[in-house]
Design a protein around this ligand. Structure first.
Ligand SMILES: NC(=O)c1ccc[n+]([C@@H]2O[C@H](COP(=O)([O-])OP(=O)(O)OC[C@H]3O[C@@H](n4cnc5c(N)ncnc54)[C@H](O)[C@@H]3O)[C@@H](O)[C@H]2O)c1
Length: 407
């Protein structure tokens, strides 16, 4: 019998292999030709993520893009977004549906609202013919993620999920080294995200049933799951580098410190992948979030691969058994991106996260302008979301979850 997950799994494998072989470190062509037309973007949600990353990066580094419209239900956030982008012609709306209706010629819409709205806003934008770059997670349920993918396919539009780590030069180098056999056959992965708590100034969701306002990251309805909100970046990189779908997921977790919220504050997740690779992943949001709060280590039958930072430089570190460790420096941006890097007025690019968000936008614009495949597409987004939701399901029920199991 063909399950409804079989085609997803094929897509998962295809995407993963594409990730390892098809998107090399030099995958992004020059998009900055002055004679080319401007691409018109709309931004829905002008909270912290938009204001700290997307809007300054688009403003400072993408002269070929014009953000012509923004929407946010919170007028103060909308005003701040408009001010940061600083283009007098950019129109503001408090209802994203009005933005979509009044700007039929947008090339793309960025979806940067709380997680439970990604599918609603993303599908509305796709149905009105826009390409969509949605923040992670793709959606708060597998069914909604599948609807996003189906709508993008039906309307022939690009759907990219905001996994900036997929565009980080560091992880592309790691993927290349693992594929070349630098550590032998991959057998185990250790990872963790021991970050601090969520931003206390995040948007407050008012529950229509009780009239009570709560940080949207504290409620299952609005966040989906804590692992879906964060930890999903690391889980996605692991999915990509392991290269096949998970087979079985088992997790424990709950609330050890933040007892007054629905969403968990810690978890331990064990995953067995279809090729036998085993993952051990730790997650917490009550720890202080020290410099090394996010770790990834890959163990092969002949050695191990990890990452290091030193003096603003980043390295992939490989060590084969009974040999000395080898540090390979990986630039944040590629040599051909250097002119943009040097012209940068924003300090935001001087970090792995800033540089990879810049590259994420570069890749999205490339897909939109050349109609070429998206790397961190809906399928990539759905598989990472499914893994996070499966872990959440396991820790809530106390039972292991198989990959084929409906969630
Ligand atoms: N990729 C990353 O590293 C990263 C980092 C932070 C956040 N994010 C993601 O970005 C998204 C937003 O997070 P944030 O930190 O900016 O949250 P936030 O609470 O700061 O901002 C959310 C914004 O959405 C607005 N909003 C709420 N409902 C709306 C609606 N119906 N229409 C229009 N606007 C609406 C709110 O007014 C607020 O301004 C989340 O999905 C989050 O997971 C991604």
């Amino acid at each position: 019998m063909t399950s409804r997950f079989s085609s997803e799994r094929r897509d998962f494998l295809r995407q993963s292999l594409t990730g390892l072989s098809g998107l090399s470190l030099a995958a992004f062509p020059d998009l900055g030709r002055p004679e080319s037309r401007k691409f018109k973007y709309g931004v829905v949600g002008t909270g912290f993520r938009s204001r700290l990353a997307h809007l300054p990066i688009l403003r400072d580094h993408f002269p070929q893009i014009e953000v012509v419209a923004m929407a946010d239900v919170t007028p103060a956030n909308l005003a701040q977004g408009l001010k940061i982008y600083g283009n007098q012609n950019t129109r503001g709306y408090t209802d994203y549906r009005e933005l979509l209706a009044k700007h039929p010629d947008l090339d793309a819409v960025l979806v940067v609202v709380p997680n439970y709205l990604h599918a609603e806003v993303g599908i509305a934008a796709l149905e009105s013919g826009k390409n969509v770059l949605t923040e992670k997670p793709i959606a708060t349920s597998v069914a909604d993620g599948q609807r996003m993918i189906a709508t993008a396919a039906e309307h022939g539009r690009a759907l990219q999920v905001g996994f900036q780590s997929r565009y980080a030069t560091l992880y592309h180098k790691a993927a290349e080294l693992i594929q070349q056999g630098a550590i032998g056959k991959l057998e185990m992965v250790f990872g963790c995200l021991f970050r601090g708590d969520w931003n206390p100034r995040s948007w407050q969701y008012t529950d229509p049933a009780t009239g009570k306002s709560t940080n949207w990251r504290f409620l299952t309805r609005t966040e989906g799951s804590a692992l879906l909100e964060d930890g999903i970046h690391e889980l996605d990189v692991i999915n990509w580098l392991v290269g096949v779908a998970p087979r079985r997921i088992q997790a424990q977790g709950g609330n050890s410190v933040w007892l007054d919220r629905e969403t968990i504050d810690n978890a331990g997740v064990l995953v067995e992948y279809a090729n036998g690779v085993r993952l051990n992943f730790g997650f917490s949001i009550f720890t202080p979030g020290t410099d090394d709060h996010s770790l990834l280590r890959f163990y092969g039958c002949e050695g191990e691969l990890s990452f290091a930072e030193d003096g603003g430089k980043q390295y992939v570190v490989t060590q084969r058994f009974r040999s000395k460790a080898e540090r390979i420096e990986v630039p944040h941006l590629l040599p051909e991106e250097e002119p943009v890097w040097k012209a940068a007025t924003s300090e935001r690019l001087a970090s792995e996260s800033g540089a990879s968000t810049y590259r994420l936008h570069q890749a999205f614009l490339n897909s939109v302008s050349t109609n070429s495949p998206v790397f961190a597409d809906g399928h990539v987004g759905l598989e990472a979301a499914r893994l996070s939701l499966a872990a959440e399901h396991s820790l809530r029920t106390g039972n292991p979850v198989s990959w084929e199991e409906p969630l």
